[in-house]
Write a protein that binds this ligand. Sequence first.
Ligand code: CMC
Length: 427
Amino acid sequence: MEKSIKFIYKDETFEFPLVGGTENELGIDIKTLRALTGLVTLDPGFKNSGSCESGVTFLDGEKGILKYRGYSIDDLAKGADFLEVAYLLIFGELPTSAQLEKFQSDINEEAIVDEDLKTILKSFPKTAHPMGILASLTSALTAFNPSSVDVGSEEEMYQAIVTILAKFPILVGWTQRKVKGLPLNYYDTKLSYVDNVAQMMFKKPNSEYTSNPIVIEALNKLLILHADHEQNCSTSTVRIVGSSHAGLFASISAGISALWGPLHGGANQAVIEMLEAIKEDGGDTKKFMAKAKDKSDPFRLMGFGHRVYKNFDPRAKIIKVAADEVLNELGIVDPVLDIAKGLEQEALSDSYFVDRKLYPNVDFYSGIIYRALGIPTEMFTVMFALGRLPGWIAQWKEMRENNEPIGRPRQIYTGETNKVLKTIEKR
Ligand code: CMC
């Protein structure tokens, strides 16, 4: 196997080592490029650039493979609990029962939020987008908890991780209750982590909460499927913010903002809105397909395409089956599920989508399940954030433990040069 790559610039040959990953990926290590040649690379959107070496998540976009710490996403979605997957991502190994019990009990211990946070929540208008509320409340947590972590201390690191894992679902629950105008309720240490999420969102003030196993299983699966996805936009944001040694909660709050956009996590909300719009318009999927292909129309088929997957998104396959199962089990008939399936069929046989390797992604069917579970559309991306939390934590921890340098890309300057300052009257 080649060990390095050579290139010639101004008649001089430069050699750069190749770096190999455990799944046989190869990259060029250009750490010395600028020092040796004076050149920088230009790669908007980082389509070709690796920002780090990471042992958390592997994905092969060509083959449609996704693994967390070496475990396939199919196996984890079928046979694991979300908290076990969180532990796996963050600490590198699946927990033993004793480790899981301690983890759950440490989380239970921290599952309290300062009452003053309610004042902040109260001051948001009901129309505020839940992602904005969640990002703000997460950032506000720094005011009530230690805002920085001594990464050299295993104990402090563990405590910060358990604290955010414990408090975040409460913020998610409160965000939903704010939107719905319901009284805020609390984490119940008798229930599991995922059951608590459901309980905090759905418990009515006038009746007992009874857990529905279909809802819990579906939520558990969705959270696992969203738990990490290597160096995507929000994760890169968390790593880059954390690289300035900003605290864990502040870095995660930045990740929430990055996730909000419709090209990233916000796509799950955009998909349902698109499917609803197609339904309202009479269900003519062909018309919307034509719009998506028309380069003069900004409309995109939401829930389609992916930066890395150039084959089926393995998460989308699992979610599509789950959507059918959950709707059947709950006895729900949702016409947008048929519209989604119709759109998928058309896209898979349309040369525009086939040539560009555009397949349904994780967000295409997830909203249909969230909706069946009674989660409001504008909360969908919040659910994505809850699922992604362990991934953000794991990636932040890895970045700090590897002592990565501050993230600070270069640029090619294309602005004005040497302009002469004129007084305001002469401009
Ligand atoms: N509908 C129509 N055309 C599309 C779509 C789409 N959904 N996605 C990509 N294309 C076209 C795009 O116009 C371009 O065509 P051309 O080569 O003729 O200029 C080509 O496909 C490549 O697209 P790109 O924008 O250069 O690809 P990218 O890797 O920069 O973007 C993406 C990836 C996910 C942002 C994009 O596919 C997209 O906007 N999809 C819709 C939004 C969406 O579903 N996002 C969720 C992504 S998965 C979950 C997550 O990341 O959170």
